[in-house]
Write a protein of this length. Sequence first.
Lengths: 243, 272
Amino acid sequence: MSAASPVVLILAWELVTRLGYVDTRFFPAPSEILQTAQRLLTDGTLARQVGISVQRVVIGFVIGAVPAILIGLIMGLVPIVRAALRPLVNSTYPIPKSALLPLFLLLFGLGEESKWAIIAVGTFYLVLINTMTGVLNIDPIYFDVAKSVGASSFLKLSVIAFPGSLPLIFAGLKLGMGVSLIVLVYAESVGTTGGIGYLIWNSWEVFQVPRMYLGIMTTAVLGLLAASALESLERLLVPWKQR
Amino acid sequence: MTESERIAIRIRDLTRWFLIKGRPIHALAGIDLDVRAGEFLCIVGPSGCGKTTILRILAGLDRQTTGSIEVVAPRGSAGSDGQPLSSVVFQEQSIFPWMRVRDNVAFGLRARGISRAVRTRIAAEHIRQVGLSEFADAWPHQLSGGMKQRVAIARALANDPHILLMDEPFAALDEQTKLVLQDELLRIWERSRKTVLYVTHSLDEAILLADRVLVMSQRPGRILRILDMPFDRPRTIRRVRSDARYGPLFNEIWELLRHNVARQPLAAEVPA
Ligand SMILES: Nc1ncnc2c1ncn2[C@@H]1O[C@H](COP(=O)(O)OP(=O)(O)O)[C@@H](O)[C@H]1O
Ligand SMILES: [Mg+2]
């Protein structure tokens, strides 16, 4: 059922291109894109570019998300830390991540590190803010229970704050994953010769329009797969949540 | 000194003020109380009179403004066995939604650093005592309200505290479930004979459960009177309710509360 809307869209698109209602130089027919896909799949190009991109996203995402969860938990638990760091977070969060790419290129060069850095930053804020909100949304009664039995700070963090905020941590991870892909395609437009973003920008430069569309669609499919992977992980780690 | 003469909780001239939007609110006004070891003491009083506040101060979740409050551990046991002074069963739903029943019940033991094997055994025993053995691996959202409060009681008892603090634990339950749980609590308590401070707004519940009933005034909360409940143990709800002394006791407590409530301007419509 959820597959129906894209299928209808693609069929309609195919129809209007076949009927000549649109300029096929800019809007190639889905069948043409499919042929390109077949070609790039058989010669291994697509798999190679996807592999490069996925590796960048996974590494950058983990570098961003893990500290974000830790800092977010501590900010949620400790009022002084929250008061100290919140202005810093609020003032740096709105800086467009694209504005940071030149800086990261300066700092880390053209290699993988600059891509990891920008993806990590894009992920970091969303996960941090959601994690902190998740802790603050935990009913204070649970911390009372912990205090009344003399639970240690570590136990409060690991057994109450962390599991209690997991639903919102996952909301942050899903948002962060979306931003990661957006930032990735942008980052791969500069000074690199690999990845989905490179495929898209390079196709544009050499006017390989079907290939450009293929890149865009591959990004969409990656987004879909990443979201469903995170959802599966959430079902595994948050089995107590009524759905 | 025999165990039943020992004082388990000693409260002296306890007061508590709160600041609400900059305005001081006098919640508790000079509470003096000795609770005997092994006693089941119920606190009744109008809502907002400071019942929860007393329990929270006793549990270390809040601090008094003046006065002293002391949970006295039996001689020889203090500190040495790691047995906690108090455990709380809260008024609100308080079992962790993200822990299975067995981990909820074992939580206090875990906080005390007791090994997994030992706490699993102790938790299983208390889960059985509240009749939830089949649900040891269930998640809280799979339980009814009454079962959740059973888990909360098992969690508090598994800690084996010197005193048990219960804050209207059955207030949110439907009438039938409440009756069943009251009988169960009587049965469990009569076996363990822990010192219990039990807050309720139900006069009936106080009479059924308590050795003594403490009646509090409107805010600022003061002790109006402490009454002895003469019913034999072991008790059941049916036996207490059909006892000839039940009605007069109920009326006596109600008179105390009614007069106190009637003095308040807001309660002017209460029929005399
Ligand atoms: N944390 C708090 N901050 C401000 N006022 C409080 C707080 N806790 C309790 N109070 C006030 O103290 C009074 C007694 O509250 P409480 O002990 O909860 O009453 P009860 O349990 O008897 O209904 C109430 O007027 C309440 O508004
Ligand atoms: Mg209360």
